[in-house]
Structure formats: C-alpha cells, structure tokens
Design a protein around this ligand. Structure first.
Ligand SMILES: *Cc1c(COP(=O)(O)O)cnc(C)c1O
Length: 402
C-alpha cells in the first residue's frame, strides 16, 4: 500500500465515519497550495469552507498566534485578559455594531443567536413565555447541534437525531411572501444565510434581503444574518449583505474569523439586544480566549484595509466570467455565486460532483461537491490570478475529458 493508502486505512479504522473525505492526506500547506504525504501539490480551491480566506500559513496570522502563544493562551472568562477589550471593540467596529459575544465554533454562535433572540423576545418584545418562534429558510445550513438540525430540511443532517427542538418555522428561501405569512406576534427573529453555501452557493433573488430587512423592522423581529461562510471578504465585500446595502440586527460570524488557525466565532449586535444576558446565563470556557482574540484581531486588521475584499471582487469577476463561458458548452448547467465563491452544477452525464472532485484531485485541484452534481469553488482570497487560471484550466480539462 502507498503511504496515502496506509494513512487513509488507518484513519478509517480509528475514526467515526461522519465525513467522506477525498483520498488525499495533506502534510503541509502554504498560501493556496497544499502538499500531501507523498510530496504531490494541490491547489486548494475550497479553503476550509472559507475558514482559510487568508490562505494557509499566513505570515501575519502565524506571527500573531506565535507571539500570543508565548504570553498567555487561556484565562477562561472567570478573569479578564489584555486582548479581550481590543478584540470586542475592533470586531464591533468592523461590523458597525456595539457589542460582541465571542464563542468558538459556528454552531455555538448560531446557538447563541437563537438564545439571544428568544430571551430578547420574552424580555424586550413581550412574547408569552415558551411561545417564541424563529423563522428560518429551507435548505439552510447553520451547523450540527441537536437544536440546529431540528430546523434543517436536509434528511441526512436531521434523520435519527430527534426529538427535535420546537420553535422554528421553515419557509422557502428567497420567498418574501411566505416569510410575511409565517410571521406572527410571537416571531422573535428571522435567521438566514445571505447566500446559502451548503445548499450550493445559492444567491437569493435581488430585493429579497432588503425585503427581509424591511419586513423584520416593520414587525419588530430581529434579522439575524448567518455570515459564517459568506462574511469576512469572501464575496468581495466585508459582508454578503453589504452588496444589498442591508444591515441586520445581528451578525453571526465564524470560520475566517479564526484565520484558519483557531476556531473563533461571535455574535455581534446592538447593546440592547446582547444586553439581555446576565452573568451565568450563557458562556463557553474557550470563548474569547487570548489566542483566539490575538488571531482574530489580526484578521480584523487585515479586513480593515479592504484589500482582501477588493481582491475577492476582482478575482471573483474573473472567476465568474470564466465559469460563465463553460455554461454554453453543455458540461456545466449553471453557475451561481458572488466574489471568489461559486457553485457549479455539472451536467449529470459527466458524472457526479464527487466523481468530478476526484478527477480534479488527480489533476492537482481540491474542491468539494455538494448535493449530488454541484461543486463548490472557494479558493483562499490570497490566490494569485495565475494559480486561479491554472485551476480553471484543470477544471476545463476534467470537463472536456468525457
Ligand atoms: C460552517 C457553517 C456553520 C457552522 O460552523 P461550525 O464551525 O462548523 O460549527 C454555520 N453556518 C454556516 C453558514 C456555515 O457555513
């Protein structure tokens, strides 16, 4: 057996099979490139589902992490530490908001948003105890906890994990009328992704997101934007909602906030909304730890310059132009997305998304399939135009070799 085969067999023998990875075993990485245990190089066109927006081994982020590793890494929230205030202040400023509640993973931040909305509903809006409802969209992806999978419409994510948490109303994504009709006086929040990543990089119809903003404001309902994957530069702006000029009541952030180094997530909102929490009502041992704050502060500083957003916008225009040319030829049925983020529907005759992903891997390009026939393209924002073109060439090769 090859080194790769041995490593995979051993991993499969000793880990739960809750993922189906491509058969590549990465040993090191830099920028947009990864190297496997046999020395083969691959262009990373997934970027850890946007957790690696700034690339592998980004110097600024690694240096920030190293410096903090030598000082203090964890205090727990039982004490203050000297990076905490700066992190909260800077993240709130980046979001144009006032208050930050830091967590670690995306799912925890979504859970935090759900708890915030419910408590806000009871304490501020005056919803009767136990009656709070949150409206979510079909085909959503917000994480994997028991409460979050309770409002998933994906049978794979949900089946066998009940009993399910009540209090959620599912409406079709992109359908403002359905959302309006689902709203009652007990609705406390709307929780949606401005672009649905897992669903295949679905961009909602123009006017939908401003419509959600208007409707939620009218009905005294919190607009919670899950920008865990769409935010922090990916789409060519800091937030995907920026493209529509929409400001939500609450951002849920994660993935890229940790710079691909450590898990960092947060809920960012107004002092009124996050002010509903009292000591002891919510928390996390690692939430807002010094190492997380140090790395995230560097991420925020990098985003403040706007250069990564601009890169994503420019390279994204190029990516979508090139992908658009493929749609005429029959191999590609549709391309969606924004910035350096694309969902590409492959004609079923050419193979499943998984098969295309495996062929791309053989060509030295790593992507991930979703929903049968779609592949997701989301390279690190630091990718060079030459490398992006090289990756697109490999895609063309795979799609033309029937
Ligand atoms: C990845 C993701 C999550 C969950 O984040 P984890 O860190 O994996 O828990 C939630 N929402 C969206 C939109 C995501 O892309």
């Amino acid at each position: 057996m090859s080194t790769t085969e041995t490593a995979i067999a051993s991993a499969e023998a000793h880990s739960a099979h809750n993922y189906h990875p491509l058969p590549v075993v990465v040993a090191s990485a830099e920028g947009a490139w990864m190297t496997d245990v046999e020395g083969r190089r691959y262009l990373d066109m997934l970027a850890g589902y946007s957790a690696l927006n700034f690339g592998h081994g980004n110097r600024r982020l690694i240096d920030a992490a190293k410096a903090q590793l030598e000082r203090v890494t964890l205090t727990s929230r039982a004490f203050y530490h000297d990076r905490f205030a700066e992190f909260c202040t800077e993240l709130a400023a980046l979001c144009g908001m006032e208050t930050v509640l830091p967590m670690n993973t995306g799912a925890e931040a979504v859970e935090t948003a759900v708890k915030t909305a419910r408590k806000w509903g009871y304490r501020v809006k005056g919803v009767p105890d136990g009656m709070a409802k949150i409206i979510v969209a079909s085909d959503n992806f917000h994480g994997r906890t028991t409460t979050i999978v309770s409002f998933s419409t994906d049978p794979e994510a949900r089946a066998d994990f009940g009993p399910y948490t009540p209090g959620f109303e599912i409406v079709p994504y992109g359908d403002l009328t359905a959302m309006r009709e689902a709203m009652t006086e007990n609705t406390v929040a709307v929780l949606i992704e401005p672009i649905q990543g897992e669903a295949g990089v679905l961009v909602p119809p123009a006017g939908y997101l401003p419509g959600v903003r208007e409707l939620t404001r009218e009905r005294n309902v919190l607009f919670i934007a899950d920008e865990i994957q769409s935010g922090l530069g990916r789409t060519g702006k800091t937030f995907a909602l920026d493209h529509e000029g929409v400001v939500p009541d609450m951002y849920v952030l994660g993935k890229a906030l940790g710079g691909g180094v450590v898990p960092v997530s947060a809920v960012v909102s107004s002092a009124d909304v996050l002010g509903v929490f009292r000591p002891g009502e919510h928390g996390s041992t690692f939430g807002g730890n010094p190492l997380a704050c140090a790395v995230a502060l560097e991420v925020i500083a990098m985003l403040r310059t706007g250069e990564y957003q601009q890169r994503a916008a420019e390279l994204g225009d190029h990516l979508h132009r090139e992908l658009g040319l493929l749609t005429g030829g029959g191999a590609v049925e549709a391309v969606r997305g924004r910035g350096l983020w694309a969902g590409v529907d492959i004609a079923p005759a050419l193979g499943t998304g998984r098969e295309i992903s495996e062929k791309l891997m053989e060509q030295g390009v790593l992507v991930k399939d979703t929903h049968g026939s779609t592949i997701r393209i989301a390279p690190p924002l630091v990718i060079s135009k030459e490398d992006l073109d090289w990756g697109l060439d490999r895609l063309r090769t795979v799609l033309s070799a029937r």
